[in-house]
Design a protein around this ligand. Structure first.
Ligand SMILES: [Zn+2]
Length: 333
């Protein structure tokens, strides 16, 4: 029985007996672990804030191979993240990140990149402007999905690899954009706005910690619903982000759409390319590899807008001169 020291983030705790707790922790080097913390419910607790959900702490535990529960020897808090989340919206989004990890990640396999993503998401929840918190949560969801092998496909049809539809047809169940012919056959396709698609590409490629800095999601609800459907299809244990329920239907900057709102396919709409991603152009930045992905996303969105505008112009073109003074034929079949 080895004594192990590791760093981790507390996802949740349960009472055990009269005085103890079971603590579920996502650790950097030992994956998801459950610890028995004896005497943790006695006051004052010898563990302090180290076992509170959201805390990043250092744990010393007795590793028993092939056991689900390990006895915790010591825990000291490194960052009591929960105490820095003063606002209901921040707390809800931070808890949503814990919920995602608790639902989607299991096993003791270490995944340091996932751990780093979680740290970034929680840090983002303390720093990002409240109105952009959904961007932080979405970026975390998307990048975590990518790490787990479910990166949404945006460069070609997710079914047959053909060129994607200019209608920006996204299939949550197929995990990406579709071509026109697949979009016509496939059920449950959502037609994204140009802005939502550009946001999706940025959220996948830019650091989670900065998601709230460079992008606002005036239509966050549109993407949140699509990504929720995407998660429900690909991750059986995902049941929606319960932590965000407290924010549904609220007024104010932290409000997010009600879960019960009808899931309608939104029509494509035309916006000037420079208005697609507010704030991106003026945000100070050091060029990174992700810039190439950004440029591609913006080019894709701009192309969609141009083609949509051209199609609209063609549809609205005046009738031939002979018919110029006739009223347009409407409603006749
Ligand atoms: Zn296709």
């Amino acid at each position: 029985m080895a004594l192990i020291t590791c760093e981790g983030i507390v996802l949740k705790t349960h009472a055990l007996g009269d005085t103890s707790r079971i603590v579920t922790v996502y650790t950097r080097d030992h994956g998801l672990r459950k610890f028995v913390a004896k005497g943790a419910r006695k006051l004052p607790s010898r563990f302090g804030y180290a076992l509170e959900p959201l805390s990043r702490s250092r744990f010393v535990f007795y590793l028993k191979p092939d056991r689900d529960l390990h006895l915790l020897s010591k825990a000291e808090v490194l960052d009591a993240m929960g105490s820095r989340l003063s606002d209901l919206s921040r707390l809800a989004h931070a808890q949503a990140s814990l919920e995602i990890v608790d639902r989607l990640v299991w096993g003791e396999e270490p995944h340091p990149k996932l751990f780093a993503l979680l740290v970034q998401a929680l840090e983002g929840c303390t720093r990002a402007p409240v109105a952009t918190l959904p961007a932080v949560t979405l970026a975390f969801q998307l990048q975590l999905a990518a790490e787990l092998g479910y990166r949404p496909r945006l460069d070609q049809c997710a079914i047959d690899g053909r060129a994607v539809s200019q209608r920006r047809a996204f299939s949550p169940s197929r995990g990406g954009l579709l071509c026109d012919s697949c979009a016509a056959r496939e059920g449950g396709v959502v037609f994204l706005s140009a802005e939502a698609l550009a946001s999706l590409a940025l959220l996948l490629s830019r650091p989670v910690l900065e998601a709230g800095d460079y992008i606002e999601l005036p239509r966050a609800g549109e993407l949140m619903r699509v990504i929720e459907d995407f998660f429900r299809t690909h991750f059986q244990r995902f049941v929606g982000l319960r932590a965000l329920d407290v924010l549904r239907g609220l007024d104010g900057p932290g409000a997010i759409p009600r879960a019960s709102e009808p899931r309608v396919a939104l029509p494509a709409y035309v916006v000037p390319p420079e208005a697609l991603v507010p704030g991106v152009a003026d945000a100070p930045r050091v060029p990174t590899e992700a810039d190439a992905a950004d440029a591609a996303a913006r080019a894709l969105a701009a192309l969609s807008v141009q083609r949509a505008a051209a199609a609209e112009a063609a549809a609205a073109a005046p009738a031939p001169p002979a018919a110029e003074h006739e009223p347009p034929a409407t409603g006749r079949t």
